[in-house]
Design a protein. Structure first.
Length: 213
């Protein structure tokens, strides 16, 4: 293995990452009002600053990513000095040349990396999901025989108070109830027949109320 080649690759990457972090730090510390060329952003609607806010958040994300990569590069350079470069930290087997050329800062072989990614993917979901049932399940029950309160119902209840989408964002929509699924559904009923009122009962109740007055 040509350690000098990989050392040069890592040092070049390190220099590039350090310059990138310096540039992102300088740009991220600039007041937002300077980015938009106005004295203040208080009189602007939040949506008017959406692009600038997105770019600022993106810069912070790129800075964090560069910081993580820089730590990996420094670790790889330390492994070259220690004589352990190119050896998988997990299983102790040699890392393939193809993988090192693609990712000179890697410390895991391809098999151990795949295993670590699978474990990470499985660990991202809350353990409670294995025992919690409806209405806390992560699915909708449309097309089933169940009529219980589910995720779709929860979203409808929240969406009635407004979302970031307006009628102009939904083709064919004329009011806000059409900006989310089944927005025109009646509350408190399962089928249309549940909404039919007994007019005789209502009339009797009205007469009773009038007599009491």
């Amino acid at each position: 293995m040509n350690l000098e080649y990989y050392k040069k690759q890592l040092e070049s990457l390190k220099s590039r990452l350090e310059k990138q972090m310096e540039s992102l730090s300088k740009r991220g510390s600039e007041p937002l009002k300077n980015s938009i060329g106005e004295l203040s952003g208080y009189d602007n609607h939040p949506a008017d600053l959406g692009a600038e806010t997105f770019e600022r958040a993106k810069d912070l994300g790129l800075k964090d990513n560069s910081k993580v990569l820089l730590m990996k590069v420094n670790h790889a350079l330390d492994r070259i000095s220690e004589g352990t470069y190119g050896i998988c930290e997990n299983c102790g087997k040699p890392i393939s040349e193809e993988r090192l050329k693609a990712l000179p800062y890697t410390t895991l072989c391809i098999d151990c990396k795949k295993s670590a990614e699978n474990q990470e993917e499985n660990s991202r979901r809350p353990l409670e999901e294995e025992v919690l049932g409806f209405p806390f399940g992560r699915s909708f029950r449309d097309g089933t025989d169940e009529v219980g309160y589910d995720g779709e119902d929860a979203w409808q209840d929240v969406a009635r108070y407004g979302t970031s989408s307006g009628p102009q964002d939904i083709p064919g929509a004329v009011d806000y109830t059409e900006t989310y699924e089944d927005g025109n559904e009646e509350l408190g009923i399962v089928e249309e027949i549940d909404a039919i009122l007994d007019n005789e009962v209502d009339t009797a109740e009205d007469d009773k109320n009038e007599l009491e007055k």
